[in-house]
Design a protein around this ligand. Structure first.
Ligand code: SDX
Length: 392
């Protein structure tokens, strides 16, 4: 009833799990990936190093990272039959709808996979980490009617993403190092977050030994909702509707009055009852990236004023509502030229690392049991059909 699953010591797993990947201390606002603080990793690590860390459990050596990078680059090639799917989507298809379809389609290409075979699992994890960013960029290119760009062997993970998003065959594209650093940080901040809704979706789907590509497609579907990964897109819509800092008090009054459909998007969290440590990093990053790119975004001033007013208001403080990872991230993505419709796709691209790591951790466990959450039954007691008169 609280939204948390119980863990049956008899290992008849009824829902959530034991995991060694991410640790969150909600009251203290702490988030660790395999024991390393996420803010430190954003400061000091490359996205691919952190992907290796989440998947394998340890920081890669130089040789291990070089080998992993080579493997990921090799798997960035996407089957031409999956590429052909993009021409069939309607022009206004939401990129997240496209992502659910094309990631699911990978299970048509790799249907022979045996999740209980360690080699097959490792291959599936690398293929998904490598292909999802390519599919994400192709979803964007399709939505603007531009040719899809193939990844390049000479670019890093973040650089390749920017290249595939913004390059065209008609001009020389220079990756902006500020933008590459911002994408690297964004990727790390969103990679994993223990048993959130989309990760639990992937685990439950994977617990039946289903094809992992289909399980990740299920995770994308769950992440899409505005209460979860779709919040970064909803925050921008909210800030645009507020418009200017002077309108913040009226908006806050509507939130407190629980006006229909009015929520402070990007605020609140089921686990953090303190400032989301990722939001703190993102807040600093946004100011730095906009300054380095010489961009003035009026929405940043609205967001800063809204945060200031909310954090000084008992309504939010009593309910322990603080900014979460989605509150500032959209403003940074806008500055990089990424359209709002792609914000949740960015989240999915990064969270694919966490999803495959968590799926792999679960499927590698001996005696994995199918997830089977229970319920509190509140329906009618047993009754006889022949004695029922029917409603009305
Ligand atoms: C992500 O789980 C994860 O780890 C998710 C995530 C990840 O990395 O995977 O961190 C990513 O999804 C972040 C959350 C993004 N979503 C949003 O920003 C949407 C806005 N936030 C809310 O919808 C809400 O805060 C949730 C869904 C995030 C959490 O909801 P809870 O824990 O179920 O809280 P609740 O609905 O029980 O609310 C408790 C009280 C209620 O008020 P009262 O009934 O006590 O009067 O707080 C209020 C709620 O009305 N409340 C809000 C609010 N969030 C909760 N009021 C206004 N604005 C909000 N955003």
């Amino acid at each position: 009833a609280t939204g948390y699953f119980s863990y049956d010591p008899g290992f008849t797993c009824t829902g959530s799990c034991l995991s060694a990947i991410t640790f969150i201390d909600g009251p203290k606002g702490v988030c660790l990936y395999r024991g390393y603080s996420v803010p430190d990793l954003v400061d000091q690590a490359q996205a691919l190093e952190v992907a290796y860390l989440l998947l394998v459990g340890e920081k890669p050596s130089v040789a291990q990272l070089a080998e992993f990078r080579k493997e990921i680059q090799k798997h960035m090639l996407v089957h031409e039959k999956v590429k052909a799917m993009f021409s069939n989507f309607t022009i206004n298809a939401h990129p997240m709808a496209i992502m659910v379809a094309v990631i699911g389609a990978l299970s048509c290409i790799f249907s022979e996979l045996d999740p209980l075979d360690e080699e097959h699992r490792w291959l599936a994890c690398k293929r998904l980490i490598a292909k999802v960013p390519v599919l994400a960029c192709w979803a964007y290119k399709t939505s603007i009617g531009q040719p899809m760009m193939y990844p390049r062997a000479d670019l890093s993970f973040a650089e390749n993403f920017l290249y595939m998003m913004f390059a065209t065959p008609m001009e020389e594209y220079q990756v902006n190092p500020v933008a590459a650093k911002a994408i690297n940080a964004f990727m790390i901040l969103h990679m994993d977050h223990e048993q959130n809704a989309s990760t639990s979706t992937v685990r439950i789907a994977g617990s039946s030994q289903a094809n992992p590509y289909a399980c990740i497609a299920a995770g994308v579907a769950s992440l899409w909702g505005p209460a979860h990964g779709g919040a970064n897109e909803a925050v921008i819509k909210m800030l645009e509707e507020i418009g200017v800092p002077e309108n913040v008090p009226n908006f806050v009054a509507d939130v407190k009055a629980k006006k229909e459909g009015v929520r402070l998007m990007g605020f609140g969290h089921r686990v953090y009852k303190n400032y989301d440590p990722r939001a703190k990093v993102m807040k600093g990053l946004v100011a730095q990236v906009l300054q380095e790119l010489g961009i003035e975004d009026p929405l940043l001033k609205v967001a800063q004023e809204l945060e200031k007013v909310a954090l000084a208001d008992d309504y939010f403080v009593q309910r322990k509502l603080y900014p979460n990872v989605d509150y500032y991230s959209g403003i940074m993505l806008r500055a990089l030229g990424i359209p709002t419709s792609m914000f949740t796709v960015m989240f999915a691209m990064s969270r694919t690392v966490g999803w495959v790591s968590q799926w792999n951790e679960m499927v590698s466990e001996g005696q994995m049991r199918i997830g089977r959450p229970r319920q509190l039954y509140v329906g009618p007691k047993e009754r006889k059909w022949s004695e029922s008169k029917g409603a009305g």
